[in-house]
Design a protein around this ligand. Structure first.
Ligand SMILES: [Zn+2]
Length: 319
């Protein structure tokens, strides 16, 4: 029996915007008004027509460093939320698929795309521990109360602290059985919270994307179900942002876009192969290094800074 714990502080958050819906920041705080969003409200619209072009033509699109920490290592635990996770027809290939994705993520060339970034505490590091998942939460989370999401993440952390040996490196990624709210503009988000034992953790949230045309990946190549393929794509976005901007004060551009935001819904020509050989359709992540030498593929604004593997990376399978 785990006592309910309150997350005492929630930082701002970064949301992966669905690609088929428009309108940027102004319309979202109403829906998210219960959230204690701080100085950084990370929103990205991947529709090129609405992509933020407010910066001057001479402004660099590069990510800039804002002084915070990055994650030198990462520990990921998944938390499935809601009764549908006990329904095999709903689960389908999702749980096994997530296990496969995270088993192959560490050591992959895709994971290495975040590792050019350094914070006040050193560089994003390659060590990634996948800690699996436990029994799904009996109750669903609609994702609209970030306090509720943070509390669930802190509870999961507290219940499993003995298996989480690297304080500060934890990401609790919550996978909901609920679909996005009507009119919702986001597929997923990440943030951080200080739990009531004083430990800061990172957390992420992704809605059920089954049949959701606004957050889906068109993936005919890997054999994964639409729901799984879509969940994993946006999860990869959130994980890479968590590593490079865990507290929303390290790496983002002049429009507050993090490395996943800048390449949302931009994909390389072929699926990504992870270190265990599993294949996934994963969006690119922004690389200042690739942009500077023109070797990335373009994002929705046509800026060639997106990569889904690091040239010369020795770990992970080539693609
Ligand atoms: Zn994002």
């Amino acid at each position: 029996m785990i006592a309910k714990k309150a997350a005492t502080t929630v930082l701002g958050f970064c949301l992966a915007l669905s690609f088929a819906e428009g309108a940027l920041a102004e319309s979202s705080p109403a829906r998210l008004s219960g959230l204690s969003h701080g100085r950084h409200l990370h929103l990205i619209n991947s529709n090129p027509d609405d992509f933020d072009t407010s910066t001057s033509a001479t402004a660099s699109p590069a990510m800039t460093f804002h002084g915070g920490v990055v994650l030198g290592q990462l520990s990921v635990r998944l938390l499935y939320a809601g009764p549908s996770w006990s329904n095999q027809a709903f689960v389908a290939d999702k749980i096994a698929g997530f296990d496969s994705f995270f088993a192959g993520f560490g050591g992959s060339s895709y994971a290495a795309t975040a590792q050019e970034y350094s914070g006040s505490n050193g560089a994003v590091g390659p060590t990634i521990h996948y800690q699996g998942h436990g029994t799904p939460l009996a109750t669903s989370l609609d994702g609209e109360s970030m306090q509720d999401v943070a509390t669930a993440a802190c509870n999961e952390y507290a219940a499993n602290a003995a298996t989480m040996p690297n304080p500060g490196s934890e990401l609790i990624m919550i996978v909901s059985d609920m679909k996005r709210p009507s009119g919702g503009k986001y597929c997923a988000y990440h943030s951080a919270a200080t739990c009531d034992n004083g430990q800061m953790i990172q957390f992420g949230f992704v809605w059920n994307l089954d049949g959701d045309p606004s957050c889906t990946v068109q993936d005919a190549a890997t054999g994964h179900s639409q729901g799984l393929a879509s969940l994993v794509n946006v999860t990869a976005h959130e994980v890479q942002e968590t590593r490079s901007d865990p507290h929303l004060d390290a790496w983002f551009d002049s429009s507050n876009n993090e490395i996943g935001d800048k390449c949302a819904w931009s994909f390389g020509a072929t699926p990504v192969t992870l270190s265990n050989g599993s294949q996934w359709k994963l969006q690119g992540e922004w690389s200042n290094a690739a942009f500077n030498v023109g070797t990335g593929f373009p994002n929705a604004s046509g800026q060639p800074g997106c990569i889904d593997h690091v040239a010369g990376t020795t770990s992970g399978a080539p693609r």
